[in-house]
Design a binder for this molecule. Structure first.
Ligand code: RBV
Length: 427
């Protein structure tokens, strides 16, 4: 059953829901010049005719524009969510109404519903896959290996997914080519840094109605996402503490002016904790035991494993919904520790979560779209395994964006090019 049928079975006015979803998509599109430019190209040339694209991504307005862009290029697209809480049902319904698109995403599904929807996408027998977190690639390899021969390749959106695919690849278990969209400059220097920083902080602020100024914000992980969260929190006048396990990143955080502490010490000081590591058990029992009353606990990593909620539940004598999107865990000594969005990635899974700002997703999804085009045009050139996105494609997307922003920039003269390519020049 598509999301339209599932969602609209419970609402009085499905057409109003579809219209609201479409309105959100139209707003996003206005701010997505890269996707607009690509959709013109795709609509004229129909590069995806005959392809079936299976997608598991956060189904909200910007993602819907990517899906529609691929469908306008001639593909049949089946899509579902990549997180049980990040789907916007109105957008999912609007997307399902687009020609050649079927959406199976519904917000608030349980584990069975989540995987059933991925299975429904796989039933379309995709020739190309687009993932955020690699759940679909993984499922195809585990449960439907017979489909692999007819899959040209795929593209992966996020750090965690690329990490997972590299682990599969290292074990010789990845059987078709996958582009690491996350690793391109146009993606991770913008989406991971500014996107995560802005959207995680705004989702936390909107969910709690609390201020950043004067707070101690503990950021776990100083990768691209952690850097973004730390710098935006500092920009809101918070005191930022960084926790790291990698010595050079810890040093980088220290040199960039943040306090660097082990989590065991940071736990005593923090007012707000934001995890961005991609690893499990970043905040556990010993840390909960040391925290102050009223702390906020939020995760901005892809999976809900960073804050150990089983430990927290063990310690709690009571737990209750304190606000929409905030669950309070009350300790025996009366302290209340507040978990946002069930420990799922807060910028998308909080009830007010809108995901990253439109402009950065335009960049990320521009890369996704040109990767799909590259797979259709040159898929045979890529072996099974994880591949970097060709730099020319990344530059192409940057140039479209600069043109849309009316930013002019320099180019090298022939002499400069020659100088850069030669090694004979010295003093
Ligand atoms: N992300 N998507 C959105 N569609 O609103 N916001 C963030 C959206 C992606 C982002 O690219 C990141 O790599 C991934 O979500 C984590 O799941």
């Amino acid at each position: 059953m598509s999301s339209y049928e599932r969602v609209t079975a419970h609402v009085d006015d499905p057409e109003a829901l579809r219209e609201e979803g479409r309105r959100k998509m139209d707003w996003a599109l206005q701010h997505m010049p890269i996707c607009r430019s690509l959709r013109e190209e795709f609509a004229a040339e129909k590069p995806f005719e005959g392809e079936t694209i299976g997608m598991a991504m956060h189904v909200e307005a910007k993602t819907a524009i990517l899906v529609e862009t691929l469908a306008l290029g001639g593909a049949e697209v089946a899509v579902t969510g990549c997180n049980p809480l990040s789907t916007h049902d109105d957008v999912s319904v609007a997307l399902d109404a687009v020609d050649n698109v079927t959406s199976y995403a519904v917000r608030g599904v349980d584990d069975d519903g989540y995987y059933a929807a991925i299975e429904s996408v796989i039933d379309h027998e995709p020739t190309i896959t687009v993932d955020d977190g690699a759940d679909m690639v993984f499922r195809i390899h585990q449960e439907h290996p017979e489909l692999i021969d007819s899959i040209v390749g795929g593209a992966e959106e996020t750090t965690t997914g690329v990490h997972r695919l590299r682990a599969m690849d290292d074990d010789g278990e990845l059987k078709y080519p996958m582009f690491a969209v996350n690793d391109t400059p146009m993606k991770r220097l913008f989406d991971n840094v500014h996107g995560t920083g802005e959207s995680a902080l705004s989702a936390i602020a909107m969910t709690t109605n609390l201020s950043w100024a004067g707070k101690t914000v503990v950021v776990a992980g100083y990768g691209y996402c952690g850097k973004g969260v730390a710098s935006k929190a500092a920009g809101q006048d918070a005191n930022v503490v960084v926790c790291e396990v990698e010595p050079r990143k810890a040093l980088e955080a220290h040199m960039e002016g943040y306090d660097v502490l082990p989590m065991a010490e940071a736990a005593e000081e923090g007012d707000v904790f934001i995890t961005t590591t991609g690893n499990k058990d970043v905040i556990t029992r010993e840390h909960f035991e040391a925290m102050q009353d009223g702390v906020l606990l939020a995760n901005a990593g892809h999976f809900d494993v960073e804050i150990n909620l089983d430990d927290l539940d063990d310690l709690a004598v009571d737990r209750y919904e304190a606000r929409d999107g905030v669950e309070s865990f009350e300790m025996a000594d009366g302290r209340r520790l507040n978990v946002l969005a069930e420990g799922r990635l807060v910028n998308l899974a909080a009830p007010v979560g809108l995901g990253h700002p439109v402009e950065v997703m335009d960049q990320s999804f521009g890369i996704q779209a040109v990767c799909v085009r590259e797979l259709v045009e040159n898929g045979d050139a890529y072996d099974a395994g994880v591949h970097e996105v060709p730099d020319e494609l990344d530059k192409e997307v940057a140039e479209v964006k600069l043109a849309a922003e009316d930013v002019e920039f320099d180019s090298l003269s022939d002499e400069q090019r020659e100088y850069m390519d030669s090694w004979q020049h010295g003093t």
